[in-house]
Design a protein around this ligand. Structure first.
Ligand code: FPP
Length: 260
């Protein structure tokens, strides 16, 4: 049977370890400012944390990690900060991806690549091609990504390939065109840095995701913090529209709670 990829079309299989974690890595700027450092120092530190959390996710058995590195709204930041974020992204493509390949990690980028220059697009394509056959964790980096853009680009692609189906458009028609279409929807969404909002990340895909917010700033997020988020996830009852009684079944035994 094909794996259900849409939580509103079918009930996904869940276990104690989230198959897919999506993270908004917030708080780099505040971490730096608290130390009287420039904001960019926080991003540099944040990039180091990315490396560690990637490996921790892999060790815990997470299959997909999706990170919001740069939103379609982040271009509004001061030019020097945008430049530094692009440099960090480029250095990940130039250096880190080869190391990821060595440990069987698949790397890809989601987002509107049209804003990037040709050299950057080539690096992204090379990185994706190099790691395409890897079977370990898939790291998806969201760059110039926005959830509304994602839905619109999916509609546009569908309109190009099957213009006749727009009048009767269904979820099943659209889902294959969304970013991350080949991954299960995120089980766990983490946002560090104390804010409690989605900020135009994965709007469609987060429909039935469990949310975890922490005040910890991203540069201080570590394996223990990740385990805390996973433990919180394991306490959640994932009903996907059903009642608790249905989950318990006739014998009163709780089933399909994420942690059991
Ligand atoms: C939000 O913190 C963070 C970002 C906009 C960028 C995240 C980037 C990294 C962690 C480094 C690069 C990562 C990759 C994958 C190449 P903020 O600046 O909004 O923090 P603040 O809320 O404290 O100001």
């Amino acid at each position: 049977m094909t794996e259900p990829l849409s939580s509103t079309l079918s009930i996904p299989v869940t276990g104690p370890i989230p198959r897919h974690i999506a993270i908004i890595m917030d708080g780099n700027g505040r971490w730096a400012q608290k130390r009287y450092l420039p904001r960019v120092a926080g991003h540099r530190r944040g990039a180091e944390v990315v490396r560690r959390i990637l490996m921790t996710c892999r060790d815990r058995g997470v299959e997909h990690l999706t990170l919001f590195a740069f939103s379609s709204e982040n271009w509004r930041r001061p030019p020097a900060e945008v430049t530094l974020l692009m440099r960090l992204f480029r250095s990940m493509l130039e250096g880190e991806v080869a190391r990821m390949h060595e440990v069987n990690i698949r790397f890809r980028v989601i987002g509107d690549l049209s804003r990037f220059d040709g050299a950057m697009i080539r690096l992204i394509e090379q990185a994706e091609a190099l790691t395409a056959g890897n079977t370990g964790l898939t790291l998806s980096v969201a760059a110039n990504y926005g959830g509304r853009w994602d839905i619109l680009q999916a509609v546009r692609r569908l309109a190009q390939t099957r213009p006749d189906c727009l009048a009767t458009l269904s979820e099943a028609d659209l889902v294959p065109h969304l970013a991350l279409a080949d991954a299960p929807e995120p089980d766990l969404f983490i946002r560090t840095g104390g804010e409690q909002r989605v900020s135009n990340f994965l709007l469609w895909q987060l429909a039935y995701t469990e949310f975890y917010f922490t005040d910890v700033l991203w540069p201080e997020f570590d394996a223990d913090e990740l385990d805390r988020a996973i433990q919180s996830y394991q306490q959640r009852e994932r009903r996907f529209g059903r009642t608790s009684e249905q989950l318990r079944g006739a014998d009163g035994v709780q089933r399909e709670v994420a942690g059991r």
